[in-house]
Design a protein around this ligand. Structure first.
Ligand code: DPN
Ligand code: CA
Ligand code: ZN
Length: 315
């Protein structure tokens, strides 16, 4: 069989396939070689177009997209309309937190083995202080564009794919915890992986991979090593985002992160560029977390890595 992949990509594919087969939590996954060839390059312009829409929504709704505010519901309606038009089965899950109504959006891609579900999610709410474009429009827009790419490709994965946008993360992961708590034990046991994307376009970026499930971690690392981009283990936010409720009930989790208010070291600036002695995101939880508060290269790489992981882990 002739494979139209470079030597390095082929070598990376072998590593991924070996890891998948050797790891209990995702045992039974097909070898990853075909998925490596098929995973799409996510157009960063499309991701940015979604972010421009989220910025406009915040601007039209008092400057934020926070839980219980009109800008949150408008954000959810924007994402849902795109998914409905692309053929997803969408569900809005309602909950109450701090006396305000919150919503999760769940989108299932029809087909695949529903006893082995691969999920990717991100929180869609901002803080009240600003529009929340890096935190977490970035993850929300990249997960949306990956879902739309699944539809464009007519992907028929072996495993069932589910995408999620969480409400009220900024109040303490309220929406994602509500989702996990309300799963039946059967449906909980059917989730073979949860991938989380919270802040992936930080303006002074780092490339951090969560070190939770080893198969998921290795899948992301394989993608970045193919780009020649070094990664570090994510340590700033352990337990601080929506993967935590999944992890707490034993579901394999992983994810990507480009940094919040920690300061970039000189060693990190040497390998990633950017500015040492400055935060990864100086606008974290501030009014200046606008459409200008993004590094397009980080957003592009992380969106492509997201799609690679979704294709590979569901194959
Ligand atoms: N959970 C993020 C927030 O919404 O504020 C911050 C964060 C994410 C921090 C991931 C660390 C790691
Ligand atoms: Ca891309
Ligand atoms: Zn935040």
């Amino acid at each position: 069989m002739k494979l139209s992949v470079s030597g390095r990509a082929a070598a990376a594919a072998v590593v991924t396939a070996t890891t998948l087969l050797a790891t209990g939590s995702l045992a039974g996954a097909a070898p990853a070689t075909p998925a490596v060839a098929a995973a799409p390059d996510i157009p960063v312009a499309n991701v940015k177009a979604h972010l421009s829409q989220l910025q406009s929504i915040a601007t039209a709704n008092g400057g934020n997209r926070a839980h219980g505010r009109t800008g949150y519901r408008a954000s959810l309606d924007y994402v849902k309309a795109k998914l409905d038009a692309a053929g997803f089965a969408t569900t809005i899950q309602q909950f109450t937190s701090s006396s305000r109504t919150g919503y999760n959006l769940i989108a299932d891609w029809p087909g695949g083995d529903t006893t082995r579900v691969v999920m990717a999610g991100s929180h869609l709410d901002s803080v009240t202080a600003g529009p929340g474009i890096n935190d977490n429009g970035s993850g929300s827009a990249a997960v949306l564009e990956t879902a739309l790419a699944v539809s464009r490709a007519g992907l028929q994965p072996t495993r069932h794919l589910r995408f999620a946008w969480w409400g009220a993360e900024e109040l303490g992961m309220v929406g994602s915890r509500y989702y996990v708590n309300n799963l039946s034990s059967t449906n909980r046991s059917r989730i073979s992986a949860y991938l989380n994307f919270d802040m992936i376009g930080s303006p002074n970026p780092g490339y951090f991979v969560y070190d939770d499930d080893p198969t998921i971690e290795q899948t992301f690392k394989t993608y970045f090593s193919g780009l020649g981009v070094p990664t570090e283990i994510e340590t700033e936010g352990d337990g601080r985002s929506d993967h935590a409720p999944f992890k707490n009930v034993g579901i394999p989790v992983g994810g990507l992160f480009s940094g919040a208010d920690y300061v970039k070291t000189s060693a990190q600036a040497a390998k990633w560029g950017g500015t040492a002695g400055q935060p990864f995101d100086r606008c974290y939880h501030s009014s200046c977390d606008t459409i200008a508060n993004l590094n397009d290269t980080a957003l592009d790489r992380n969106a492509d890595a997201l799609a690679y992981a979704v294709w590979t882990l569901s194959s």
